[in-house]
Design a protein around this ligand. Structure first.
Ligand code: IMP
Ligand code: MG
Length: 321
């Protein structure tokens, strides 16, 4: 005998009175201890989990769907509503309390759900497994309590790699039949240029320069500390920057590179703090436009710290001068 199909309209099944659909992204503050459990959450663990997801910029929905597990003539007699759905991972997450009795019951439901909906990705998560999920998502071992100086994650690692991939594809298209030279500006650019070059399909060469950091007091010119090693005469240059802020550094560099008579110069920057621009420099490839906030991570530093964070984050305001 064929197994009966589950009822088609299972999205509408609401076995509990609680809200079945949450807004796609309900933002929860990252700082401060929760006093009571705010809606729509049923348990504090769920609320904490949502705070961690928010910290890392992972989009979530709370209990968006119920799965019927048993039914009689289209009438659902047992259903299961996972706590969270993470769209970017296409993953349902069920948080478990550590009570063994409940875990066994949930395990039974999970087995049934996997049988009936084999296409559905779902995992049970114990509180101590949070960080394992985050590691899978690409954040390494960095947990909120390990980076107390970071206010929030502005651009998570997955978004960075996705955008770098797009930029690489665009550059590959624009430079079809050419052999550009990527010129990176140390040290903030190291993560970006390393990832970007691996997304460019045309033959490329790499060179690196270093300039004295513009501290806001030196008028105009940033000093060149490390010059090019390659000749760029007659070459198509892509100047690669971590962040364009006032535009002073970039302006100086373009002027300098022009004296070497390249065939062309274009600029690729991971981040663009456009609101702070003082010098109008053309930027051809922009990863993300960001607000006027001091950011660190993915190569960018504050007093040489935080370059190794796999995401772009903002610093706690009290740390800034
Ligand atoms: P600009 O000359 O003002 O455009 O400054 C660009 C340089 O300032 C970048 O290459 C960075 O080294 C540094 N910078 C500007 N904003 C930030 C930030 O938010 N975090 C880290 N470094 C920054
Ligand atoms: Mg720099």
């Amino acid at each position: 005998m064929r197994k009966p199909e589950p009822p088609a309209a299972y999205d509408d099944v609401k076995p509990r009175a609680r809200a079945a659909t949450a807004p796609a992204r309900a933002r929860v503050p990252v700082t401060g201890e929760p006093k009571d459990v705010p809606a729509p959450f049923a348990h504090n663990a769920e609320y904490e989990f949502a705070r961690i997801l928010d910290f890392y910029g992972i989009t979530w929905q709370y209990e968006p769907r119920s799965f019927p597990l048993r039914w009689e003539r289209g009438h659902v007699t047992e259903a299961f509503t996972p706590d969270f759905y993470l769209q970017d991972l296409d993953l349902y997450v069920e948080l478990t309390t550590l009570k063994p009795g409940l875990t066994a019951e949930k395990n039974r439901k999970m087995r049934l759900l996997k049988e009936l909906f084999p296409e559905t990705n779902i995992m049970m998560l114990k509180k101590r497994d949070y960080l394992r999920l985050l590691a899978k998502y690409g954040y390494g071992a960095i947990a909120p309590d390990q980076v107390p100086d970071i206010d929030k994650v502005l651009i998570p690692a997955t978004k960075l790699s996705q955008r770098v991939q797009e930029l690489g594809a665009q550059i590959s298209k624009d430079y079809a039949g050419k052999q550009p030279v990527l010129v990176g500006v140390l040290r903030g650019v190291i993560c970006f240029i390393a990832d970007l070059m691996r997304q460019i399909s045309v033959p490329t060469s790499i060179d690196l320069m270093a300039v004295s950091s513009y501290d806001g007091t030196t008028q105009g010119a940033a000093r060149i500390l490390k010059d090019l090693d390659l000749s760029i005469k007659g070459r198509d240059v892509i100047l690669v920057e971590d962040i364009v802020d006032t535009g002073m550094t970039l302006n100086t560099l373009i002027d300098y590179l022009q004296t070497k008579k390249p065939a062309s110069i274009k600029v690729a920057t991971l981040l663009d703090k456009r609101v702070r621009r003082l010098v109008n420099v053309p930027v051809d490839y922009i990863g993300f436009e960001i607000p006027d906030e001091f950011v660190v991570g993915y190569g960018l530093d504050f007093n040489q710290r935080f370059r190794n964070l796999p995401f772009i984050g903002t610093l706690k305001h009290e740390l800034l001068p």
